[in-house]
Write a protein that binds this ligand. Structure first.
Ligand code: SF4
Length: 361
């Protein structure tokens, strides 16, 4: 069913601000209408290329310009990725998400290696997701042929607030990549981060943008900012669990069939707080002790919590069929060596410049 809808900001803010018990009741009712409330999809995130990123996302320790503890590493070998995927599968993950700190994908040997990783992991009967930065339609098609199940590209926040956190690319570029993915059989994963200093209206606008997509994204991660020393957002105060619960519940109402993922920030949440998020409609988590470069709860802790709550991990391909892998030699889409002109906005963000300057001291 297509749930795409143009919500107004007032409607979404009104949902977010409802008395908590009413909000929870409405969200939980929608949740059980479209999903099994006892099933939670478990994904493992693997950083296949860490740090050294040319972008200036104000929350990210992987941006080369900030002085953080992250050491830049080259692209991981296929065997290492396969070994990590095997471990993840054995501990209950049905999806493996490979993240590379790139501005955008460039055709060439590194992208070919990523395509080979996708082929290998799809053959292991896992849902394979990639988050590699901006991609063209042709690159999305090549990933689709390799057997990619999902592509992650977060819109991060509202269009207005986006300009407060990133100056090296525009919001429209984000939407363009999502559109490029939509032209293939690959499902869309796109969400954002709360707790970066945005207001409730920004959170509402972000959900409105996601809810108006047709079809809506199959997966929406909701992250709580994990402030990292050396980034422009290092001094942000953590959000309260109630804000997370409200955000998840509102997302569940406006995105009824989407898998809403309780993502970064879980280490700060109590078990009871996480349980409330599951009740409010979260039905996906990231497992593994690291989320790219920030800490995450141990998988054994997660499984203990699942047991206590009677939750079970969702099996791979329960929601969408497994994509077919086309071998490279039979592929219909070939590298075009395109050099797309992704925008470079003119605006400056003082916090980001200050954090960069700090590094030079
Ligand atoms: S969020 Fe992604 S694009 Fe932005 S700096 Fe970090 S790795 Fe680069």
């Amino acid at each position: 069913m297509n749930h795409s809808k143009k919500w107004t900001r007032e409607e979404v803010v009104a949902l977010y601000n409802k008395p908590m018990m009413e909000l929870l009741y409405e969200a939980a009712s929608i949740h059980r209408k479209y999903h099994d409330p006892n099933k939670v999809q478990v994904s493992t995130l693997v950083s296949i290329k860490t740090g050294g990123c040319p972008e200036d996302c104000g929350y990210c320790p992987q941006a080369a310009r900030y002085h953080t503890q992250v050491e830049a590493e080259g692209l991981m070998g296929i065997d290492k990725v396969k070994a990590q995927a095997l471990r993840a599968k054995a501990s209950g993950s049905s999806r493996i998400c490979m993240g590379a700190a790139w501005r955008n994908v460039k055709d060439g040997p590194e992208f070919d290696q990523v395509l080979e990783m996708v082929r290998s992991l799809n053959k292991m009967d896992m849902e394979v997701c990639c988050t590699l930065g901006m991609i063209t339609e042709n690159q999305a098609q090549r990933l689709s042929e390799a057997g990619l199940y999902a592509y992650n590209h977060n819109i991060d926040s509202s269009e207005e607030y986006y300009e407060e956190i990133i100056s090296t690319r525009g919001y429209k570029d984000r939407l363009q990549t999502i559109e490029n993915v939509r032209k293939t059989n690959v499902t869309v994963c796109s969400g954002g981060i709360i707790g970066m200093g945005e207001c409730i209206e920004d959170r509402a606008d972000m959900l409105m943008t996601l809810a108006s997509m047709s079809p809506q994204p199959e997966s929406v991660p909701i992250n709580a900012l994990v402030p990292v020393e050396g980034t422009p957002k290092e001094e942000m105060q953590p959000i309260s669990i109630w804000e997370m619960v409200r955000m998840i519940a509102t997302a569940r109402i406006v995105l009824p069939e989407t898998q809403v993922r309780l993502s970064a920030g879980r280490t700060r949440m109590s078990r009871e707080g996480q349980a409330l998020c599951f009740f409010a409609g979260a039905n996906s988590i990231f497992a593994g002790d690291k989320l790219l470069t920030t800490p995450n709860p141990d998988i054994h802790e997660d499984m203990k919590l699942f047991e206590e709550l009677g939750l079970v991990p969702q099996q791979a391909f329960e929601k969408h069929p497994q994509p077919k892998t086309t071998e490279a030699k039979n592929a219909q889409y070939h590298a075009l060596g395109e050099k797309p002109k992704w925008s470079r906005p003119e605006h400056k963000i003082q916090d980001n410049l200050d954090a960069q300057h700090q590094r030079k001291k």
